[in-house]
Design a protein around this ligand. Structure first.
Ligand code: NAI
Length: 277
């Protein structure tokens, strides 16, 4: 298993492990929460397949550096598909205007929007007795409102046939002590995905979600750093290991691709089976 020495700053080596979907080349994506972790891997993997990406994060310095590094890595070497470009940009997903600016940047740089990945999220710990109004408020603003405002901007500007993917969680289905606000927020994302799918179907836009289990990013560092929590995770997850961001990227790619063109309002669990235990 990986030791998580860093926050998964994004890798460009997703080519071998997932399908290629050649129809995606030339398309354009917005990915939020893309400075690190899954968002950075998603941006890299999409660009490898010829998709240009606006990579957004509240951490401007990190997302700009990540976008520059990934673009440079992709330019280096022979590739079957001409890689897309990745531009990094600050956006706070709790601000509707920031989503509009992301859309305008995508249109200005790349001329169209085909995919929108509402990936940014926060994972606070607070027991019910202690949780503060600020903690519950910020969790719902980032994890729930952030998804809704992203979908609104996507729906205003996206090409017909476009696809939105929202990051839900196994926590939408299973509760954990101290994660009440987070679990509530992710259950809301799962439900909102269905509502959005029903409404945006009129515009030919599909909306699906992914529900990851334990994935090796900064968000799960607490598991890796607590031997008891790690032992428990490895024991209860039916596949007995944590997942990698690249293993979430494959299902994301499928949901965005034409192979999923009759799938909307669905959630794919990418959790090694942990939703069942
Ligand atoms: P991460 O913590 O490595 O990355 C999250 C990114 O979101 C960070 O770069 C952060 O700066 C950004 N962000 C936070 N607040 C923001 C805001 N207001 N506006 C814009 N960006 C903001 O997390 P990871 O693991 O890559 O998670 C990605 C998504 O997957 C999140 O929605 C998370 O809840 C979800 N998820 C993660 C799981 C895991 O095991 N890592 C499991 C289930 C769901």
């Amino acid at each position: 298993m990986s030791t998580m020495e860093n926050a998964n700053p994004g890798r460009t080596d997703t080519a071998g492990m997932t399908a290629q979907y050649p129809e995606m080349a030339g398309k354009v994506a917005v990915v939020t929460g893309a400075a690190q972790g899954m968002g950075a891997v998603f941006a890299a993997g999409l660009a490898t397949r010829g998709v240009s990406v606006v990579a957004a994060d509240i951490n401007e310095e990190q997302v700009v550096a990540t976008a520059e590094r990934l673009t440079a890595e992709l330019a280096d070497g022979d590739r079957a598909v001409r890689p897309g470009r990745i531009v990094g940009m600050r956006a706070d997903v709790t601000a509707p205007g920031d989503h509009e600016e992301l859309a305008q940047r995508a249109l200005r740089e790349f001329g169209r929007i085909d995919f929108w990945v509402n990936n940014a999220g926060i994972f606070p710990f607070a027991l019910v007795d202690d949780i503060s109004p600020e903690q519950i408020g910020s969790t719902l603003r980032v994890n729930v409102e952030g998804v809704l405002y992203g979908a609104q901007a996507a729906a205003r500007h996206m090409e017909p046939g476009g696809a939105i993917v929202n990051m839900s969680s196994v926590s939408a289905l299973r509760v954990r002590k101290g994660r009440g606000a987070y679990c509530t927020s992710k259950a809301a994302v799962a439900h909102m995905t269905e509502s959005l799918a029903v409404e945006l179907g009129d515009k030919g836009i599909r909306v699906n979600s992914i529900a990851p289990g334990y994935i090796d990013t900064a968000m799960t560092r607490w598991v890796q750093e607590d031997p008891a929590a790690l032992a428990h995770a490895l024991e209860v997850v039916p596949l007995h290991r944590l997942g990698s961001p690249e293993e979430v990227f494959g299902p994301l790619l499928f949901l965005l691709s034409d192979s999923a063109r009759y799938i909307t309002g669905h959630s794919i669990a990418v959790d090694g089976g942990s939703r069942h235990v």
